[in-house]
Design a protein around this ligand. Structure first.
Ligand code: A2P
Length: 344
């Protein structure tokens, strides 16, 4: 019989954590035991896994003893605190927070793009930002074919990226506004219903937000290319699930839109939806609940000699978070050596 694994999910009561449990189940990950961890706030509540109710446990320093793999999505603070403890206990962590992404000891992995970098891990592996993942899955085949010198991206990000509380704020605010009632913003700095907020995460001294700089810095690390130029504008929009991105790239050598479409149609993890005359292009509503990265509106950038433009959509809770984390776990169990930890 093939081996099964003891798996933990930290942040199991949250939007991404629940999706991680679902992805483990739906993708048939060989789970021997499952442990659902969160804070004391939701300890004692239950989450569903493979048709059973699993009790959520409060995370303690020794919660990871006996686990082979833990998927984390409980924010940077919990990750800073618990990931080293887990790795020291022999449990490999795949962490969805931003805490470890730029740590040189920690590989930042998108399986379709840089699975090879996984070999260097010491017990903690970082899952990139949702917006970065879908952008790089779409751009990697073009990068390999003709090179990419510069990327300009504008995102249209759904409220589930803020967690369950973002989903609740948009739903409640919309309901209240339709009923002529006030709903002052709590999660976002302004009303999100019927609005677009050019503000995701905190503003930095350079005028960009932290989310925008994540897209810049994570791209350099994942492509392992310090020369690529990236500029991002990240916008929160009143959509519940799936992020959309308008992307403009300058390629190293010329490539026709037809050739790019052809390359992308064969690329792993990508589904091309590109027949604008038939109103066929990627949509957040259609991408919700799916694991692929959808690419369409592939066309020449008329303002630039080697310019290409496209529209890229993916479910931020799936490929942007849970699916990517579970795919990393699938790579880990393929090679027994990858399940070892060495974190001091
Ligand atoms: P809890 O439900 O107990 O607050 P979301 O991204 O949807 O907001 O979810 C965040 C997840 O991370 C939840 O499961 C939350 O648990 C968990 N979490 C947040 N902070 C901690 C912490 N310090 N220790 C353990 N789990 C945490």
């Amino acid at each position: 019989m093939s081996r099964e694994y003891n798996v933990g999910v930290l942040g199991a009561s949250g939007a991404v954590g629940r999706e991680m449990l679902k992805s483990l189940q739906d993708r048939g990950f060989p789970v021997k035991t499952i442990k659902a961890l969160a804070s004391s706030r939701s300890a004692g509540s239950t989450v569903e896994f493979e048709g059973k109710e699993i009790k959520v446990e409060e995370t303690k320093p020794d919660s990871f003893k006996g686990l082979d793999i833990a998927l984390f999505s409980a924010g940077a603070g919990a990750s800073a605190q618990y990931a080293p403890l887990a790795a020291q206990a022999g449990c490999v962590v795949v962490d969805n927070s931003s805490n470890w992404r730029q740590d040189p000891r920690v590989p930042l992995i998108v399986p379709e793009v840089n699975a090879g970098a996984l070999k260097k891990h010491k017990g903690i592996i970082a899952n990139p930002n949702c917006s970065t993942i879908q952008m790089l899955v779409a751009l990697k085949p073009i990068y390999d074919a003709v090179g990419v010198k510069r990327i300009i991206v504008a995102t249209y990000q759904s409220v589930s990226g803020t967690g369950q509380k973002g989903v609740e704020e948009l739903a409640e605010q919309t309901r209240k506004l339709f009923n002529g009632q006030e709903y002052p913003p709590k999660v976002y700095p302004h009303r999100i219903a019927f609005n677009c907020l050019p503000h995701i995460d905190v503003f930095l001294d350079n005028g960009y937000t932290k989310e925008e700089m994540k897209m810049v810095n994570e791209t350099l690390k994942i492509f392992d290319d310090p020369n690529i130029k990236v500029s991002a504008t990240c916008v929160r929009v009143p959509v519940f699930y799936a992020h959309s991105e308008a992307i403009w790239i300058e390629t190293g050598r010329p490539i026709k839109p037809e050739a790019a479409r052809e390359i992308l149609s064969r690329a792993p993890g990508v589904l091309v939806q590109d027949d604008p005359q038939a109103n066929f292009y990627p949509l957040a509503s259609e991408a919700t609940g799916r694991e692929e990265v959808f690419v369409g509106r592939i066309r020449a950038d008329l303002s630039l000699e080697n310019g290409l433009s496209m529209w890229v959509v993916s479910d931020n809770l799936k490929k942007g978070a849970a699916t990517n984390a579970v795919e990393i776990a699938e790579l880990l169990i393929r090679e027994p050596d990858l399940l070892k930890t060495d974190w001091n």
